[in-house]
Design a binder for this molecule. Sequence first.
Ligand SMILES: [Zn+2]
Length: 326
Amino acid sequence: MNIFNKKLVAILLSSSTLLMNMNSDAAEPTSIAQHKQVAGFYQYPLGHTQITALLDGTNYLSPAIFKGIPAAEVTRILKKYYADQAKGVQTSVNAFLVNTGSGLVLVDSGSSSCNGPNFGSVIKNMKTAGYQPEQVDTILLTHLHPDHVCGISTKGTANFPNATVYTSEAEANYWLNPQQLSKLPKDQQPRFKQIAEKIQQALQPYQSHKRFKTFKYGDTLKGFEVMNTSGHTPGHASFAFSSGHEKIVFIGDIVHSHSIQFDQPQTAIDFDTDAKKAVQTRLAQFARLAKNGQAVAAPHLPFPGIGHIYSADGKHYQWIPVHFKD
Ligand SMILES: [Zn+2]
């Protein structure tokens, strides 16, 4: 037997052993212990500053919440992205902590207990990343939906006792105006009321210490320039921030899905207060961000929600997430 035949026999023997093993292992194991994932924080250096993405939690949304797109098209795109449609569309809730060197700024704060038990990990992940809530001096809210504001408080107590909370004047005027409820059509009133109550509860400890303030579009706070990205909510804002030669935009909820709303950016979502305006805002911002190439930090794109936006044709977009770096 020459060397080649010996090799061939060895291969045949090993492959038949493999086949035997596969047959004997055909039964599914009954249980494999599920270990907790590693802590949900991700540090991203930007110029001389450091951004820490903080995971609040993940959940599944019904594909039916996407509007202005045929259901068959939703199914096609989700299949392309290998999204498990039986469970729904997985979504992430992220917040971002920015260490500017002279202060600690939190952009959005997660859901706390406002949206069920899957959320509420921002503070735990912040501590694991080496920061204490008492160190945060500024909280910038892109808007007042519960998955962005509820994380600032727990049962009437401020989670960030030394921070001042800011949102846009237009946003505060909408959700905190006692007259707003009666201006809405009857069928929209229960939902508004439910959301407004959660917002008021979260803000209350800051309001009572005069630590709740508003900004206007075009203002700059702690180096964050406030951009008008209204539509998803009437006073929705994004924040442009730079350090050295590097730039990032905290886009807030101009997008909720890295699959459907990138492939078909004209797709609205059920949570948009003004769906038409929300779509216009997304189209304008996506075009700008794809052209200028700033980094993007997004609360609902897969954790850590930091990456870039690319377009080959100006009509369809692609989310390019950061690569994990240890
Ligand atoms: Zn949101």
